[in-house]
Design a protein around this ligand. Structure first.
Ligand SMILES: [Ca+2]
Length: 220
């Protein structure tokens, strides 16, 4: 496994690592909420940030945390993480996950173009929630709070871009501790490596920590 990107939103130069084109001033660091460290990134309505991978990632894992304050309006729109393959505006090859009042007001949802918003059945609650997305073997699997909600979704076979977006007039949210690995440190259903926050640790230390975790399991 290799950690290829980490963002804890602890310094103002976070913008150097992201593209916020078109929504400058709609997201900012705040200590009001944080998953780790002192700050998280607050997204006001209409906020947007994304990363581009060229060439696209074909064997990768995205992990991040978001804070849901449960305030939303019953509008046909959403706050989402959008994971894209193909071209940037190709909804045929996009996967979206998060808060989607169009899909369900009190559950988290994911979206794909074939069936539109899908209710995960997982209750929205106030606090931090963990999203994990794997793209490997030409398909996508996603989990919320350790529950796999979408498995082996095939229209998304690579990550060309991933985005955070809050649609105008809908909801706000906070994001923290974004990690991108390629290849993934573990796969759906496998026990995650320890420690769970790779932070600024060198890859060599991560491997050692994972090996120690495995040894710990074997000794049980
Ligand atoms: Ca942080």
């Amino acid at each position: 496994m290799a950690l290829i990107f980490h963002e804890g939103f602890e310094t103002e130069d976070w913008r150097d690592n992201w593209d916020v084109a078109g929504s400058e001033g709609l997201q900012w660091l705040t200590s009001e909420k944080k998953h780790e460290g002192t700050f998280s990134l607050f997204f006001d309505t209409g906020g947007h940030a994304h990363k581009i991978y060229d060439p696209p990632l074909t064997n990768a894992y995205i992990s991040y945390w978001f804070y849901d304050e449960l305030k939303s309006q019953a509008l046909p729109d959403e706050a989402t993480l959008r994971v894209w393959a193909g071209e940037h505006n190709d909804f045929e090859k996009a996967f979206l996950i998060g808060i989607a009042t169009q899909g369900h007001l009190t559950h988290y949802c994911y979206w794909n173009t074939g069936v539109n918003w899908i209710d995960t059945g997982i209750n929205r609650t106030v606090g931090w929630h963990h999203i994990e997305i794997w793209v490997y073997d030409g398909k996508l699997t996603a989990a919320i709070d350790n529950n796999v909600v979408c498995r082996d979704y095939q229209p998304v076979d690579q990550i060309k871009r991933f985005s955070y977006l809050t649609s105008p007039g809908v909801v706000v949210w906070w994001i923290d501790d974004v990690n991108v690995y390629s290849p993934p440190p573990h796969y759906p259903g496998q026990i995650p490596p320890t420690p769970p926050q790779p932070g600024e640790m060198p890859v060599g230390l991560l491997v050692s920590a994972g090996a120690l975790g495995l040894l710990g399991l074997l000794s049980l």
